[in-house]
Design a protein. Structure first.
Length: 301
């Protein structure tokens, strides 16, 4: 489907007609198991994507009567716009959430997660039992949407491929204990989406960052949405990657045609292969080749 040519509306304009929800049966089962297994751990870590820290969250769906300490780990700061990350940092601080921004590809950054979790857990234990003996052993549950980087964090901590990351979102269906060292055990869990995505815009953000698989929101729709976003913010990395002279005044079709020309995406007999163009743009974005991009800013309320 060559959306750039066939539709009169752009991806952004069509959002009101395009409700996105993806919640297969194994995710409902996983949430029930998560709530049941929380009693087995000392602290819960929820991994989010720094490019969209609110849309990639799912805290309310893990809620139980438990008072377990909860740490929000906002990953992929290396792919997010630094100025927007700073705004989110200030927002989470005002919300008095326990959080930490990390880059899971950096081992030092990942180690800071354990230190932050230990500090939170220590404070929690002192509060509940000020005169008790301080424990050093810690059991953590790690949660998050698909493709937020849970497996990468676990593998960095364990120094091995303890948790295999699936090639497609939502493929990991089991829960797994991973022993990091004598003082730390991790309970890995499947990537779980919210049962309902109330804002269509959030669904598009999640599809672009690949928390939602491409067979749910097809590459043509996701790519057109992404290209329009990059044109609107005049993303320098996008401009450089595809050798645009300027992004000023370009519309979706012109941008796609230019990328098709630069990358040689031609159909036999003439015309551009838009399906190929869409896949190129999405893959380049997901590899971080289009610069540091964020979707959305903190809500004012």
């Amino acid at each position: 489907m060559a959306m750039a040519k066939k539709t009169k509306k752009t991806g952004i304009e069509e959002l009101e007609y395009y409700r996105i929800n993806w919640f297969p049966g194994h995710m409902n089962k996983a949430i029930k198991e998560i709530k049941s297994n929380i009693k087995m751990v000392d602290i819960v870590l929820e991994v989010r994507d720094a490019r969209s820290p609110l849309a990639s969250g799912n805290k309310e769906n893990y809620a139980t009567n438990s008072d377990k300490p909860y740490l929000i780990v906002i990953n992929k700061t290396n792919m997010a716009d630094p100025a927007t990350v700073k705004l989110w940092d200030e927002w989470f601080k005002k919300k008095e959430e326990s959080y930490i921004f990390v880059n899971a590809l950096d081992k030092t950054s990942v180690k800071s997660i354990v230190k932050r979790a230990k500090d939170i857990l220590h404070a929690h234990r002192l509060k509940s039992n000020p005169d008790g003996v301080t424990k050093t052993k810690m059991k953590m549950m790690i949660l998050g949407l698909p493709n937020t980087g849970k497996s990468t964090i676990i593998n960095r901590l364990a120094n091995r491929d303890a948790s295999k990351a699936a090639a497609k979102p939502g493929q990991t269906k089991g829960q797994l204990w991973v022993k990091v060292d004598k003082e730390l055990d991790l309970l890995d869990t499947p990537g779980v989406m919210p049962p309902r995505i109330d804002k269509e815009l959030h669904g598009m953000w999640l599809s672009v960052i690949h928390a939602i698989p491409d067979h749910i929101v097809t590459p043509d729709f996701s790519a057109c949405f992404l290209i329009e976003h990059l044109l609107r913010i005049k993303a320098a990395g996008f401009k450089d990657q595809y050798k645009f002279e300027t992004l000023d005044g370009l519309d979706l079709i012109q941008a796609c045609d230019h990328i098709g020309k630069i990358r040689g995406c031609l159909r036999p007999g003439g015309g551009y292969d838009y399906d190929h163009i869409y896949k190129i743009v999405l893959n380049d974005f997901r590899k971080g080749l289009l610069g540091k991009i964020s979707f959305g800013v903190p809500p004012k309320r």
